[in-house]
Write a protein that binds this ligand. Structure first.
Ligand code: NDP
Length: 399
């Protein structure tokens, strides 16, 4: 049906490549490119020769454009780092190819999650008749699809949205992050922020927290943090009076994080060390466990979902909880990666599949909730991320 170029051969890239390779009727040709070609070759070796590989510096537009012109994919799937979003989008425009990613652009010198840089490409993608699918992992990604599905099938007016993200897994390490450590630590150490009555309310990092019950897991302390999909969801669903994001952290994780911050290792400002400029958080990444290799001994589950309240199609009050639970061990035995990489990589493969199948055709720069959620929801059930719904249960949220 179509050819795909995947950029990035980390934990998420591993899952995207393995999942796409298992769908030969959709992804007839797959090329995996990254900074370190060897990592692409290692992944390709596990897919029975279905994947070609290449080296590319995704911050170099001419290099990217040359690769895209040579391979001629129908879509580029960017699962490198958020720093590379703009260069990859630029190269896609120059070569006339559509684009998909799982995380919004961040400038390297400022930990700031905002869509404005990518939304600025809107007119150029539209004029070129190309599609850019933004944020097609789990969160952002499936959380936006869940919200769009709730709006389409259950609510006449959504008023309150709480995205709840629990990782109740145990990898047996004293401290490790579940995806790229630099991006992860930047995300969880920034100030909290949520939407209320038409404006953003800022909080100190981890200032607001409460125990929430996760299905088949139980109560876990959950912390209000800012997460990028809130920005597009309040824009695309303007009836939302409040939108928040909660993530669980264990005490050990938070203690390590506090020490890392207090001793300056979370800093993104370069320091001179023995005549060489190094960025402390990048050095820290080099000594922390590789998230892509946590899978083997990882036990337990992730549980991510949306808790929504408002008015149902008949105008009566409704509370609604839609979620997926994903097993680290099942993810590992299928793809060799843990559930955080799995829950990100599978939705990216599904988004690319719907594009190639002509089911997601909107042109321009679009967040996932702007597409029809139904074929995506079907594919989640078929491709390893089944979801569950609860109606009119206690959402444990105070409004
Ligand atoms: P990793 O660090 O494991 O992998 C990133 C990959 O990108 C590596 O292979 C790396 O190459 C490659 N890369 C980095 N810089 C460049 C460059 N300049 N040119 C080419 N390749 C480059 O990260 P993850 O797999 O954990 O995460 C991938 C993406 O997924 C991130 O953007 C992350 O934010 C996002 N994500 C999204 C989630 C969601 O639910 N939406 C959840 C989790 C992650 P090398 O190996 O040489 O360093």
């Amino acid at each position: 049906m179509g050819k795909v170029l995947i950029i990035g051969a980390g934990g998420v890239g591993t899952v995207v490549a393995r999942k796409m390779a298992s769908l030969p009727e959709v992804f007839t040709d797959i090329v995996l490119a990254s900074r370190t070609k060897q990592k692409c070759d290692d992944i390709a070796a596990k897919t029975g020769g279905r994947i070609a590989t290449a080296a590319v510096d995704a911050e170099n537009v001419p290099q990217l454009a040359a690769l895209i012109n040579r391979e001629k994919p129908d879509i580029v799937v960017n699962v490198a780092l958020p720093y590379q979003d703009l260069t990859i989008m630029e190269a896609c425009l120059q070569t006339g190819v559509s684009y998909l990613d799982t995380a919004n652009y961040e400038p390297k010198d400022e930990a700031k999650f905002e869509y404005k840089w990518q939304w600025a490409f809107q007119e150029r993608f539209k004029a070129a008749g190309l599609t850019a699918i933004l944020g097609c992992g789990f969160d952002p990604g499936v959380t936006g699809i869940f919200t769009a599905y709730a709006a389409k099938h259950h609510f006449s007016e959504m008023q309150y949205l709480d995205i709840v993200d629990c990782n109740a897994g145990d990898h047996g390490k004293a401290f490790a992050t579940n995806f790229n450590p630099e991006i992860n630590i930047r995300e969880v150490t920034q100030k909290g922020k949520y939407w209320k009555n038409g404006q953003w309310i800022e909080t100190l990092p981890h200032e607001i927290h409460k125990p929430l019950n996760y299905p088949n897991i139980g109560p876990k302390e959950s912390y209000l943090i800012y997460h990028e999909e809130l920005e597009s969801l309040v824009k695309n669903f303007p009836t939302l009076q409040q939108a928040r994001f909660w993530m669980t952290f264990g005490q050990e994780y938070l203690t390590h994080l506090r020490v890392i911050q207090n001793i300056g290792m979370a800093s993104i400002k370069p320091v001179l060390y023995q005549g060489v400029e190094i960025v402390p958080i990048q050095f820290l990444k080099a000594v922390l466990p590789n998230p892509g290799e946590l899978g083997e001994n990882y036990t337990g589950w992730t549980s991510i979902g949306c808790r929504i309240s408002g008015l149902d199609k008949a105008g009566k009050p409704l509370t609604y909880y839609i979620y997926n639970n994903c097993s680290h061990q099942a993810a590992y035995s299928e793809t060799g990666a843990q559930a955080v990489s799995y829950t990100t990589g599978v939705p990216a493969a599904i988004g690319a599949m719907l594009f190639l199948q002509g089911k997601w055709t909107k042109k321009g720069v679009c967040n996932v909730e702007e597409f029809d959620p139904d074929p995506f929801m079907d594919a989640l059930n078929r491709l390893g991320l089944p979801w569950n719904e609860q109606f009119n249960t206690d959402l444990e949220m105070d409004y």
